[in-house]
Each structure stands twice: as structure tokens, then as C-alpha cells.
Write a protein that binds this ligand. Structure first.
Ligand SMILES: [Zn+2]
Length: 296
């Protein structure tokens, strides 16, 4: 075979490989973040969290996902709360699956405010809740329009992540705990949680429990981001964070958390959309798209 034909074939192959991974739209994702914040604080038991459920479910159905609501009841400090995890599946018959998760509830208390008079005021949660949900909804939009990925995709929107008491691990991540405890199907090959990934000043370290449990998956995600030129992903292991990936790890999932925990507005009234950027959503969303559209 003449050399130039071989080169042409290689070029065509390279082009078709790279063009088969869709482009993530950070601007559209940001509209999903803004829409959640426009509802107001989405605290457990509020009308607003119910509106948020309707919003998420409505978007997912628009994109053709099979949507299931997993209802559960839990008791926190003698108060009973009804939680609902929203589970959306694409290509439910594909046996190789990836689970992507984010929590949608927002913290009822701005208890990291300096002024203690504000500690009982609920937060808007632009970064701490809305950002992860926004990335997942944009992925749903893309998957519905493009060719099937290499994996069936389950998007899980967890409830009751953020009502915990500092220092009491059991009081956080109630939706994901219920989900993990009651999971009876074949486990997905990979489970990736996104939380607090909208920060304009995005820096994502490797989270300790994620790396300890699933070093290969952490390396795959961080290497993918590096190949895309996303310097926001840092190759250092920091912080043990009890987030929605933790109950999944406990129940045997290959699960990691993508989280930027260095966020000065965490659990304050300042966690608003102006602290977040479409570009940060893009960096995380595009990395996830490359993971789910690349044959491994
Ligand atoms: Zn939080």
C-alpha cells in the first residue's frame, strides 16, 4: 500500500475517533444551574424541592430517559423526612453501564456564615447542588441527540445529602445510602459522583476515599482531563470527604467523587450563580463525555 494512502487512512481514523465524542455545552449547562437557583432554596420538605424534582424529571423525560422515582422515609433529629432519588436510564438494555450521580437538595442552614443570626437561613446552593445536577442534565441532553455511547448510562439525582451534622457522618448522604443499600442489580462498571464543580476558580484534587477505593478510575478520569488540557484537575490526593460516593463504596461500587472542596462560599448565603462559571461546568462535563464515549 502506498504510504500516502496509509497516512490518509490513519488521518480518517483519527478524525472519526475524535469526532465521535460530542462537545459539552457549558453555556447550556449553566442555564440548568440558573433554573434551579431561580426556584429558591431546595430544602427537604419545601415546595421548592418538589418544584426542583418536577424540573429535573421534566428535563429528563424531554431527553427520552426512562425515569424512576425511588421514595424513602428517614428520620433526622426526630423529624421524619420523605426523600426521593430520581433515577434516569439511557439505553437500559446495554449491559456495560456507567452511573453518574449528583445531589439536588440544598442545605437548610447557612451555618458557615460568620454572623450566627444567619445560621438558620437556607442557602441557594448554586455550586453545592445545582452545579452537579446541571452537568448531569446537559449530559442527558447530549446523549439524547448524539450516537449511543459505549455504555448504558444511569443518571442518579440523590436527595437528602446535605442535612448532616458536622462530625456525624451517618447524618449526611441519606439518599445515596438508601440507594446503595437497596441496589439489587448488577453494579455499574464505574460510578462517578459530581458535587461542587461549578466554582469559577475550579481546582479538583483527588479525593482520598475515591483514590483509596478506586485508584484506576481516579487515574482514568484525571488522565482524560489532562489529555483534554484541563489543568483544573490536580494530581494530588487531599481531603477525606464523606459525599454520595462513600455509601456506594461501602456497598461495593467502583465509585469516586469529583469535588472541588476549596470553595469559600460553602454553606453560606454567598453560594450563588455569580460564583460559578459555564467554563467550569464544561471542564467537568467534557471530561465525563470523553469517559462515556471512549471504548475501554
Ligand atoms: Zn453541602
Amino acid at each position: 500500500m502506498p504510504k500516502y494512502i496509509l497516512l490518509m487512512i490513519i488521518a480518517i481514523l483519527l478524525f472519526s475517533c475524535s469526532s465521535s465524542i460530542p462537545e459539552f455545552d457549558g453555556e447550556e449547562a449553566f442555564t440548568f444551574l440558573q433554573a434551579q437557583c431561580d426556584l429558591g432554596p431546595r430544602t427537604p420538605g419545601s415546595d421548592e424541592i418538589e418544584l426542583c424534582r418536577n424540573y429535573i424529571t421534566g428535563e429528563l423525560k424531554k431527553y427520552g430517559a426512562t425515569v424512576n422515582k425511588q421514595k424513602f422515609t428517614t428520620v433526622i433529629n426526630k423529624n421524619e423526612y420523605d426523600g426521593i432519588n430520581i433515577i434516569a436510564s439511557f439505553y437500559p438494555r446495554m449491559s456495560r453501564r456507567i452511573l453518574l450521580g449528583a445531589h439536588y437538595d440544598t442545605r437548610p442552614w447557612a451555618d458557615k456564615e460568620k454572623d450566627s443570626n444567619l445560621h438558620n437561613t437556607p442557602i441557594i446552593g448554586a455550586n453545592d447542588a445545582a452545579s452537579g445536577v446541571a452537568v448531569l442534565l446537559e449530559l442527558a441532553s447530549i446523549i439524547s441527540q448524539k450516537q449511543p455511547p459505549q455504555f448504558g448510562i444511569d443518571l442518579v439525582f440523590f436527595d437528602l445529602e446535605d442535612m448532616g451534622e458536622y462530625g456525624n457522618n451517618e447524618s449526611w448522604c441519606l439518599g445515596s445510602s438508601y440507594f446503595a443499600e437497596n441496589f439489587t442489580e448488577v453494579k455499574p462498571e464505574k460510578a462517578i459522583i459530581v458535587d461542587m464543580i461549578g466554582d469559577t476558580d475550579l481546582e479538583i484534587d483527588m479525593e482520598y476515599f475515591s483514590y483509596h477505593n478506586s485508584p484506576n478510575l481516579v487515574n482514568e478520569v484525571w488522565d482524560t482531563a489532562k489529555d483534554l488540557g484541563f489543568t483544573e484537575f490536580k494530581s494530588k490526593i487531599t481531603n477525606k470527604i464523606y459525599d454520595d460516593h462513600y455509601p456506594l463504596i461501602v456497598h461495593g461500587f467502583n465509585a469516586i467523587d469529583i469535588i472541588d472542596f476549596e470553595y469559600p462560599f460553602w454553606h453560606t448565603l454567598e453560594d450563588t450563580p455569580d460564583k460559578c462559571s459555564p467554563h467550569s461546568l464544561y471542564v467537568v462535563g467534557q471530561t465525563l463525555l470523553n469517559i462515556i464515549y471512549t471504548e475501554k
